[in-house]
Design a protein around this ligand. Structure first.
Ligand code: NGS
Length: 324
């Protein structure tokens, strides 16, 4: 009688032990899973909602209020993913003047893409006002970079022409270890790179690379050359350019009238090497411009820059007067 009872007790203890061990294991793994979630909620390298090719609608400019309604979670052009921590903070700088229709099409197009790319981003429109008849893109980029960093830190910056619309959301606007030329294949050039040194259109630089390069030259006003000058800066600093595959780095360019050419661009390029150390971010204080206002609209932060006609710069010996 005693033997079967003993056996039954041993069985009971064994079952209890197994049960307790299983419970312990279950608790341990679930607590580890929670711990993992706490520590690493970084967004995936390959965002799952990308669509690949993107429909580009150039037909009619959307109404700003309608675009805003679709992006109620955007404030001052800024957004970040809700369910994960973005890998990088990216500022999109868009130099701008007199192209309202293009701006609306651009905003309507870019926000959904940047959201699908799971970026912590801000869109900044830097608008030129004032007496200077020529459009000074490099100066606007430098002013934009400086003003944006006064209010928020960013890891990297996308320098974006307002007339270029991305055709494939796999061309990710996220930081990269080397300077990146993103607009490799534009419809205007039959989706081929017109020349190897091109570093204009849409480019991406880390904040620290932009500082190392002393930003753009402030001297290029009027169409052309400021991007070639930036290429020379990269070359002198031995920073290699990377490019995404042209199958994804595709853009459509919105048509517009040719802006006034910069007659000095070729002579400026000849002296780029002697100037880049002191012409850029470091001598912004010598340039006759004023930040008239910084205002957060729904879909972008607007930085209004008043640029005076360049005779003042000429007296500072910063402008060459030769024409090409
Ligand atoms: C070059 C310009 C660049 C310009 C590129 C492409 O000739 O600034 O064409 O222009 N260089 C000079 O004029 C020295 S594009 O048709 O894409 O606007 O970016």
């Amino acid at each position: 009688m005693l033997l079967p009872r003993l056996k039954r007790r041993r069985w009971k203890t064994l079952i209890l032990q197994v049960f307790a061990t299983l419970l312990l294991l279950l608790l341990l793994t679930s607590s580890l899973r929670w711990k993992d979630r706490d520590v690493d909620d970084t967004c995936p390298v390959d965002p799952p909602n990308l669509t690949g090719p993107v429909n580009v609608n150039l037909q009619e400019a959307p109404v700003l209020a309608d675009i805003s309604m679709e992006h109620l979670d955007v404030v001052g052009g800024q957004w970040r993913p809700h369910n994960c921590t973005a890998r990088h903070k990216v500022a999109i700088l868009v130099p701008y003047r007199d192209r309202r229709e293009h701006l609306h099409i651009f905003l309507n197009h870019i926000h959904p893409i940047l959201k699908r790319q799971l970026l912590d981003y801000g869109v900044y429109v830097i608008e030129q006002y004032g007496d200077e008849p020529m459009f000074c893109k490099g100066l606007l980029y430098n002013v934009g970079f400086t003003e944006v960093l006064k209010n928020r830190s960013y890891d990297c910056f996308v320098f974006h022409d307002v007339d270029l619309l991305l055709e494939d959301d796999r061309n990710i606007y996220s930081c990269s270890s080397s300077p990146r030329h993103l607009s490799v294949a534009i419809d205007k050039f039959n989706y081929t790179l017109p020349y190897k040194q091109l570093f204009g259109g849409v480019t991406l630089l880390s904040a620290s690379h932009y500082q190392t390069l002393n930003g753009y030259s402030n001297l290029y006003c009027g169409w052309g050359g400021e991007d070639d000058d930036m290429y020379l800066r990269l070359f002198h600093k031995k920073l290699k350019i990377s490019r995404p595959d042209k199958t994804v780095a595709r853009y459509k360019m919105m048509r517009h009238n040719q802006t006034k050419l910069n007659p000095n661009r070729f002579s400026l390029l000849k002296t780029s090497q002697d100037r880049y150390g002191h012409d850029g971010l470091t001598n912004l204080h010598l340039i006759d411009y004023q930040v008239a206002s910084v205002h957060q609209y729904h879909l972008y932060t607007h930085i209004a820059v008043s640029v005076a006609a360049r005779k003042v710069q000429a007296t500072n010996g910063l402008v060459t007067n030769s024409t090409d």
